[in-house]
Every structure is written in structure tokens, then in C-alpha cells.
Design a protein around this ligand. Structure first.
Ligand code: THU
Length: 130
């Protein structure tokens, strides 16, 4: 296994412990690798008005961006489930502002088993020419 991917999965696994999930009870963790070599972690934060819920991936992205980092190499995401999870549509759209098509997306499960995709595979044809 690629050493960077292992580290990102480990950090995502740790990050999911801080998820705030009183409604779904579904812990998700993410670890985002910046081009600066730093890792930004995130967990999902739910709200009683379900629309306010923020996924683990977006938490990690927003943490990094608000610390001045806008260029990224890879993200890992995993949950409590034995099923591999993949970023939701909103997170894919948010990622599209910050990553190129060759950005690496590591989708894992609770056993740290994983599948690797490129962002271009995850959300093809998403660039808006404005
Ligand atoms: N969730 C994430 O944090 N990331 C994903 O990729 C999928 C879904 C969260 C949102 C909500 O708290 C719970 O998982 C169920 O959708």
C-alpha cells in the first residue's frame, strides 16, 4: 500500500472519533493532504435542522482553506461502516473548486480497506467556463 495513502487513512480513522452525530450516529472522518505536505483532518457535524449538516470532507477543506491553503494532492474518507463510502455530491462540487482532475480520492471503510479514484473519475465534466 502507498505510504501516503496509509497515513491519510489512519488520520481519517482518528478524525472520525470527533464526529458530532446525534441524529444519524454515523461517524465519518476525512484527511486532506495539502500541496504544502500538511494534513488537514475533518469529521462530520450534524444539526437538528438536517440541512446544516457538514460532511467530514467539507470540514477538512474548510479548515485548510481558512488556514490559507488552497492546493491539494489527495483526500481519504471513511466511516464506521464496513462498506466503502464515497464523497457526496455537495462535497464533490466543493472539491471541484480546489482540485484538478488528477487529485487522488481514497475511499475507505471501517477496516481501512479502500478504493482509489481520481477526482476526474468521481465528478467528470464539472468545469464551468466562467
Ligand atoms: N457524511 C459525510 O460526512 N461524508 C460522506 O462522504 C457521506 C456522508 C455524513 C453526513 C451525515 O452526518 C452522515 O454522514 C449521514 O449522511
Amino acid at each position: 500500500m502507498n505510504k501516503t495513502w496509509t497515513e491519510l487513512l489512519d488520520r481519517a480513522y482518528e478524525a472520525k472519533k470527533n464526529a458530532y452525530v446525534p441524529y444519524f450516529g454515523f461517524h465519518v472522518g476525512a484527511a486532506l493532504l495539502g500541496e504544502n505536505g500538511r494534513i488537514y483532518t475533518g469529521a462530520n457535524i450534524e444539526g437538528a435542522s438536517f440541512g446544516v449538516t457538514v460532511c467530514a470532507e467539507r470540514t477538512a477543506i474548510y479548515k485548510a482553506v481558512t488556514e490559507g491553503v488552497q492546493k491539494f494532492k489527495a483526500i481519504a474518507v471513511l466511516s464506521d461502516s464496513e462498506e466503502i463510502i464515497y464523497p457526496c455530491g455537495i462535497c464533490r462540487q466543493v472539491l471541484s473548486d480546489f482540485v484538478e482532475d488528477d487529485f487522488t480520492v481514497i475511499c475507505g471503510n471501517s477496516k481501512k480497506e479502500y478504493k482509489v479514484l481520481t477526482f476526474g473519475e468521481l465528478l467528470p465534466n464539472c468545469r464551468i467556463p466562467i
